[in-house]
Every structure is written in C-alpha cells, then in structure tokens.
Design a protein. Structure first.
Length: 149
C-alpha cells in the first residue's frame, strides 16, 4: 500500500537522510535562480544608472536594484566607502571592543554623528572630528546614499 505525502512549499525531501522507512524533510534553500523575474535599475560600468526590462533572474542581473533611488544610493555608497577608507588612514573599527567610535547615520529627517561601541555602522570613524569632517565634505553623497545607510 502506498501513501502520498504532500510536502509543504518551503520544504523539500532530504534524499541523503531519508530512507524507505523514514522520510526526512529539509527547508528549501532558495537561490537567485529561484527568484523568477526581476526588473528595476542597474549601474553600468561607466557609472550611469539605467532601467532594465523584465527578465528572468540570472547571474548577469544580480546587480538590479528595485528602484532608481536605490541604484543611485548604491553608486553614492561605493564612492563614500572609497572616501571613508582614505579618511580612516588604515584604521578599522573593532566592534568587539568597548572603545568609542563615531558613526554617521541618517536620523529622522537629517544626518547625525552617533557615539557607538559595538553596533556596526558602515560610516564609522575613530574620532568625532574625522566623522564631522567626512560629513561636511561628503554631505551630498551621504544624502544620496541615505536609503542604504
């Protein structure tokens, strides 16, 4: 006598650990290929943001952002990270330490410099003065990158 087992949508048969007497299910691990169709905005190699059409999800379009604003924010963020490393002059934050660090973070309608210890922020600096100078020098890029900060 055979029985039919209905496998929930988020699971699949674990062939390695199942036997004829015991059926094991495991959660499905989704990949980009499982996404379906994607459309949005991407950044060309010449740093121009362009609209893409509706396409199946392939390796070639993993760089597609849902909105133009997010694609422009990513372009601004890539520039900010280059500038950040230059301002840090080799320093990298140790978020496991309780030393004070200074992070630039969007806050309400503006941008603030926060005293941080163990919470990771992407625009973090060793001193308040460096964070403040960075904010003043790159305010326009920081405003553009806000959706991703």
């Amino acid at each position: 006598m055979s029985k039919t087992l209905k496998i929930p949508e988020d699971f699949e048969l674990d062939l390695e650990n199942s036997s004829k007497d015991k059926i094991i299910l495991k959660e499905k691990v989704l990949s980009w290929d499982d996404f379906g169709e994607v459309e949005g905005w991407y950044i060309e190699s010449c740093s121009v943001v362009r609209k893409s059409g509706l396409e199946s999800a392939y390796d070639e379009n993993k760089n597609t952002f849902p909105s133009k604003e997010e694609a422009e924010a990513a372009l601004a963020l890539s520039q900010l990270l280059q500038w950040r490393n230059k301002y840090r002059n080799g320093w990298t934050p140790d978020f496991k330490s309780s030393d004070t660090k200074y992070a630039i973070k969007p806050y309400k309608d503006g941008i603030d410099i926060l005293h941080v210890y163990s919470i990771h922020y992407i625009l973090t600096f060793e001193t308040y003065d460096k964070a403040y100078k960075f904010l003043e020098d790159h305010k326009k890029l920081i405003e553009q990158a806000k959706p991703l900060l």
